[in-house]
Design a protein around this ligand. Structure first.
Ligand code: APR
Length: 229
């Protein structure tokens, strides 16, 4: 029976794939007014601007590729039952080959009906741009993204994963945004916790901090977690 490895990732996981983070210098929130482009009020006020913000991020994602960090996490599946909880809305974990990926903040390549949130549609590669007038299956659509001011629908299963983890790893997040940032506090006492980040935020005593980029940190993690032959 393989041990359960639970990994919580943030924007830093995709930085080496060329995807901008949010709060690093030059990050997305330096360039765009977050409450205009990523909040429920912003979407109500100016849906066109919000559609355009996510259209731009989809165009960047299409040209991005999983990096060595994403691929290294797939390798760990040979030794561990591996579950990824991500704040990222990109699909790089899936494209790297990770099987169990739980998105907390939504998925960039999907939209959903405004009048029925259970109707979710994967955008086709040749039709990634949406506007307030886009209609799919008879419904006007919105980005399938959890905007600021909206609840995080998948937080309960994410907390359960953290509680079941035999090893818990946090990669590339400034731990600024809740409830995602609270997950490491649900880990059982005595379970090893690692935090991979070149500019780590403050974390509780006992967390092993690997002060390095995701690609290097995941390689180091594999050395530490590989079963001793
Ligand atoms: N490898 C690993 N980590 C990196 C790298 C890298 N190459 N480059 C930067 N980082 C780290 C930064 O040091 C920082 O701690 O990634 C983190 C990025 O932090 P944020 O930009 O705040 O991203 P994140 O924590 O994922 O933001 C959480 O905020 O705006 C919302 O919904 C959005 O999901 C996002 C949430």
């Amino acid at each position: 029976m393989k041990k359960k490895l639970v990994i919580s990732t943030g924007a830093g996981m995709s930085a080496e794939s060329g995807i901008a983070t949010f709060r690093d210098s030059g990050g997305l929130w330096d360039k765009y007014p977050v409450m205009e482009v990523a909040s429920a009020d912003g979407f109500a006020r100016n849906p066109k601007l919000v559609h355009e913000f996510y259209n731009q991020r989809r165009r960047e994602l299409v040209n991005a590729k999983p990096n060595a960090g994403h691929l290294g996490l797939v390798d760990l599946e040979q030794w561990y039952d591996t579950y990824i909880i991500t704040q990222n809305v990109d699909n790089l974990h899936e494209r790297a080959g990770s099987k169990n990926v739980l998105h907390l903040h939504g998925e960039l390549m999907k939209v959903r009906a405004i009048d029925d949130e259970t109707k979710v549609y994967e955008l086709k590669p040749d039709a990634l741009a949406t506007t307030p007038d886009t209609v799919i299956d008879g419904h006007r659509v919105r980005p399938h993204i959890v905007f600021f001011q909206e609840a995080v629908p998948n937080i309960e299963p994410a907390i359960e994963l953290a509680q079941e983890a035999d090893v818990f790893v946090v990669i590339g997040t400034s731990l600024n945004v809740y409830p995602a940032a609270s997950l490491l506090h649900f880990v059982r006492k005595g379970v090893p916790v690692y935090y991979i980040d070149p500019n780590p935020a403050a974390v509780p005593q006992g967390v092993t901090v690997l002060k390095m980029k995701a690609s290097e940190g995941v390689a180091k993690l594999a050395e530490l977690l590989k079963p001793k032959s």
